[in-house]
Design a protein around this ligand. Structure first.
Ligand code: SF4
Length: 511
């Protein structure tokens, strides 16, 4: 959006007016308010300018930094026309609970000192100096944290299983292979607060008894990779990675591995095969990764957001963490809100808020005054929900019971003009292309399902096609080897459940 150029122009203008000694320009990361970038945040007063252009720079410097007067025309106006000076006054931010995203947009992610200045690595110090590994696992178990990658498995239980497993070496893997269409939560955490993920991995390593961690990051995230490399290098220089960390006797280092563009490598066993240098294909489970994972050694595989929760849990304690969110889904969840919504962006809310609050309260409702039709949750493994679900709490169990999933956190909003058969076709085209081909139901089934959906969208399908589609959904779901195949019928099944009339219209209307 031109932010880099803007930062440079601000630097030059500040130098020109002789303020370099008192005003520092920092490049941060995504603020999450995507439609309104580039943003300029003036501290300490917190003034928040949106949609800033290069031509606005002289006025910001002359009026605000020299004259002490905010540039009113660059301040955000909410739906009622009220001028908002700081993020706290903007409904998009005011209705969120930004705990994991607290540093995103505020610190320079390429400076470890910035992270330390806001309390970073204090949880690691606390753990190394005052807690036994078992106590750390107990704290994470007590917090009730569930994996944020999609499955919602209890993190502490996974760590306990890996600690119990016999093995001369154990691994921690951070799954940063975020590939769902419409998902950019992990990317923002990695780009905006990479040290929080490293700190989470270090604490996991200490708790489980591991000395080596891998971050498997998709190559399509070059900025995240660049910032992770800088963060790892800085952490090594500060004695926070390597041997005898902070004189505690604990050794741990992190290796960054770039993916090669296969969606299926987000699946744990395929990801491990890829790190081992093999073709990224899932394998049959059991054994579970906590017993025999990477190179047949006990391995904990957690997603980026899960790991970013760990320093927070240690800092505030399991009891306070449990008070956020719901009893069965404690904590917050980051959602990537996109599609036909007025304020698309990155949203962090306590688990259990309603879809209505996220889409209308934070997202500002449907763009261009159109009507809400559906929301697709959880990417190609998730499902579509409708108006009748708007007051459903967003947590692992409620969404699953309605036929969708929290998934990793993609939330694509659709308006009245959306064709739901086409939505199902879009997601199935994605999973069909990404099927690794190892097992027959997914390899062949997704191809046949896609052919039917394409025929429907072209007005060439009959009722027998609809019956075949439903049968194939059942077969592929129940007989595929890994989660990709098992979950890929979900967008079809949920649209069939809630928008069957649209499928029938494609057949009946045109035959
Ligand atoms: Fe590969 Fe699909 Fe089978 Fe998974 S379900 S192993 S992606 S073919």
């Amino acid at each position: 959006s031109g932010s880099a150029q803007l930062a440079e122009l601000l630097r030059q203008e500040i130098a020109r007016v002789g303020l370099t000694a008192t005003v520092q320009v920092k490049r941060t990361s995504c603020h999450g308010f995507c439609e309104n970038g580039p943003v300029v945040h003036v501290e300490p007063e917190g003034t928040f300018y949106t949609k800033v252009q290069a031509s606005d720079v002289p006025e910001i410097v002359a009026s605000h930094l020299v004259g002490g007067q905010a540039v009113e025309r660059l301040l955000y106006r909410d739906g009622a026309g009220k001028t908002c000076r700081t993020p706290k006054e903007i409904p998009f931010y005011a209705k969120q609970t930004r705990l994991l995203l607290a540093n995103c947009g505020y610190i320079d992610p390429e400076q470890i000192a910035d992270y330390v200045a806001v309390g970073g690595y204090r949880s690691l110090v606390q753990v190394l100096q005052h807690m036994a590994p078992e106590q750390v696992i107990e704290e994470v178990q007590q917090s009730g944290l569930r994996g944020r990658g999609g499955a919602g498995f209890p993190t502490g239980k996974k760590w306990a299983a890996a600690r119990r497993a016999a093995g001369d070496i154990k691994y921690i893997i951070c799954n940063a292979d975020e590939g769902d269409p419409g998902a950019f939560m992990d990317r923002s955490v990695l780009e905006g607060d990479p040290h929080a993920v490293l700190e989470g991995m270090l604490i996991a390593g200490y708790a489980v008894g591991s000395t080596v961690g891998y971050i498997y990051c998709r190559a399509e995230y070059p900025l995240a990779i660049k910032r992770l490399k800088i963060a790892i290098e800085q952490a090594r220089r500060w004695g926070l990675l390597g041997r005898n960390i902070l004189n505690s006797g604990f050794d741990f280092d992190i290796i960054l591995k770039e993916g090669a563009g296969a969606f299926v490598c987000g699946e744990g066993t395929a990801l491990q095969a890829s790190i081992e240098g093999q073709r990224g294909m899932p394998r049959v489970k059991p054994p579970r990764s906590t017993e025999k994972g990477l190179w047949q050694k006990p391995t904990v595989l957690n997603n980026v957001e899960t790991l970013a929760n760990i320093p927070l849990i240690i800092r505030i304690g399991a009891e306070r963490f449990r008070q956020i969110g719901t009893a069965n889904s404690p904590g917050t969840k980051i959602f990537a809100l996109s599609g036909a919504v007025a304020n698309p962006g990155l949203v962090e809310v306590p688990m259990g808020v309603t879809l209505r609050e996220v889409i209308f309260g934070i997202g500002g409702g449907i763009r261009d005054g159109k009507k809400f039709k559906a929301v697709q949750l959880g990417g190609p493994s998730g499902g579509c929900l409708t108006e009748q679900h708007l007051d459903l709490p967003v947590d692992f169990d409620s969404l699953t019971s309605a036929g969708a999933t929290v998934g990793s956190g993609g939330m694509v909003v659709m308006d009245e003009n959306t064709c739901m058969v086409d939505v199902a076709r879009f997601f199935l085209a994605f999973t069909q292309a990404e099927s690794c081909g190892k097992c027959t139901p997914c390899r062949e089934g997704t191809k046949r399902m896609l052919e039917i959906l394409e025929r429907m969208c072209q007005g060439r399908a009959g009722m027998d096609d609809l019956a075949d589609l439903e049968r194939l959904c059942r077969v592929v779901k129940t007989t595929s080897l890994c989660g990709l195949g098992q979950a890929c019928p979900n967008p079809v099944l949920s649209t069939l459940k809630y928008f069957r009339n649209e499928y029938l219209a494609h057949i009946v209307d045109k035959h």
